[in-house]
Design a protein around this ligand. Structure first.
Ligand SMILES: Cc1cc2nc3c(=O)[nH]c(=O)nc-3n(C[C@H](O)[C@H](O)[C@H](O)COP(=O)(O)OP(=O)(O)OC[C@H]3O[C@@H](n4cnc5c(N)ncnc54)[C@H](O)[C@@H]3O)c2cc1C
Length: 412
């Protein structure tokens, strides 16, 4: 058992959140220890998508492995030519080239010694915090940042009851005929015409799909948020029935994706002495499930604030440093916005499939700046409220009632 020299910050994790924040802290000139259960070069298991504009504003669009301009959704009932019409987004969407993103971030994490171990216990000692690992080794730092993902057991948060999760089952593969048009990206295909009457009453799911070129497509049956989550076997069966109703068969599975993560995890207690970033800090957008854009936008301010606090106030203890971090990460403005998004998600979760289709058809009638800002969480609070009012004002009457009071709740 060894106890290593203390560092300014110890970051736990080697997913996107850890790499974004480690890179920022290193560039701020802090002494950083990075601790992860596996080597940071290990390929990430998830595919990450993002609206291209979110990357362009940071000059990072070259990290996209795939990019689509033909971006559409389907919110019709699918039973008539009108019900088959796509909603065109006219807004580029991309999938990260994961290894390029990982490498770009690791290149920024210069001179970092990665410790390969699993954190088991965190003890706040006052001016420092100690992390005890599986091997028995202990590491000290003035501040510990938990970037170990959505299911971290080190971060305290209030218990607001059951947490809704996004679940998806997807296949990258070859098909008997194209499941989507050539060069097309489908954000949400909610067409329900393959479902029985009974199935239409169950919590809805949609198809997220894209053309990768070379006759390879990615199709994923996705449930936005549900509690308890829809099982992968149900989603797999729904995907197969959706495809076969269109005369499409899976010919070859190149990769299967199983996706499950919490959407409305309560915000962490912002008085605790350990800071978090990413999934552990409830940074997933509660209305969409996206997070990578938020990591990109929120890491620099957090890194700067911590660097100032650590360098200028050498006597500040771990708890005070963590509080400074929490204040930047979850400023009052961001907390208010998060509450509005959580309200929105609860309403969405109460909608049956036809209401959900109706809702999204209305949402994407908003001006593009409004809906894209809503999805990226880049609208200032007053603007966000205005956009939500705008959405209400253009919604059909039946939907308006549901937007205020909700319908049946699949939380119960
Ligand atoms: C299948 C899937 C697809 C997704 N797609 C998108 C998408 O398209 N776009 C988007 O923006 N978001 C997406 N998300 C949501 C979110 O961006 C991801 O969940 C993201 O991976 C969360 O990043 P993270 O770094 O916080 O956690 P993780 O990626 O889960 O990484 C956690 C890291 O911590 C390490 N770790 C865990 N416990 C310990 C410990 N005790 N000690 C040391 N290390 C530890 C793990 O080994 C891992 O390296 C998706 C999520 C999933 C599950």
């Amino acid at each position: 058992m060894t106890t290593r020299d203390s560092s300014d910050v110890l970051v736990m994790g080697a997913g996107p959140s850890a790499l974004f924040i480690v890179a920022e802290l290193v560039e701020q000139g802090l002494k950083v220890t990075a601790l992860a259960s596996h080597t940071p070069q290990k390929p990430w298991p998830n595919t990450y998508g993002i609206w291209a504009e979110e990357l362009e504003s940071h000059g990072m669009e070259s990290l996209l492995g795939h990019r689509w301009s033909n971006t559409v959704s389907f919110f019709g009932d699918g039973s008539s030519p009108k019900g088959q019409q796509p909603t065109k987004h006219d807004f580029d969407y991309g999938l990260f080239d994961q290894s390029a993103l990982q490498k770009a971030l690791l290149d920024r994490c210069k001179n970092i010694n990665w410790i390969l171990d699993t954190a088991e216990e965190i003890n706040v000692l006052g001016k420092e915090t100690e992390v005890r690992c599986k091997t028995g080794n202990k590491y000290k730092a003035r501040l510990v940042i938990d970037a170990s993902g959505h299911r971290s057991r080190f971060i305290r948060r209030p218990n607001h009851g059951p947490v809704a999760e996004q679940a998806a089952y997807g296949v990258v593969g070859r098909f008997s005929s194209p499941p989507v048009e050539k060069d097309q990206f489908v954000l949400m295909d909610f067409r329900p015409n393959h479902l029985t009457k009974q199935e239409k009453k169950e919590p809805p799911s949609f198809l997220y799909a894209m053309d990768f070129g070379d006759d390879i497509f990615f199709v994923e049956e996705t449930s936005l948020a549900c509690c308890p989550p829809i099982s992968w076997s149900t989603l797999r069966a729904r995907l197969q029935s959706r495809l076969s109703s269109r005369g499409v068969e899976i010919r070859e599975i190149i990769h299967e994706e199983h996706c499950l993560f919490p959407m409305n995890l309560p915000l962490p207690d912002r008085n605790q002495s350990v800071l978090a970033f990413g999934g552990a800090a409830s940074m997933v957008h509660p209305a969409s499930g996206y997070m990578v854009g938020a990591l990109l936008r929120r890491a620099p301010a957090l890194g700067k604030e911590l660097a100032i606090a650590i360098k200028q106030t050498p006597l500040l203890d771990s708890t005070s440093l963590a509080r400074k971090g929490w204040k930047v990460l979850w400023s009052p403005e961001l907390v208010q916005r998060h509450r509005l998004y959580q309200f929105g998600l609860r309403r969405l979760m109460s909608f049956e499939e036809s209401e959900l289709r109706n809702f999204f058809a209305t949402f994407f009638r908003l001006p593009r700046k409004d809906w894209s800002g809503f999805l990226a969480n880049t609208l200032p609070l007053p603007k966000l409220i205005l956009v939500m009012f705008k959405l209400f004002s253009i919604a059909p009457w039946g939907l308006r009632k549901g937007m205020i009071f909700g319908k049946k709740s699949n939380l119960n």
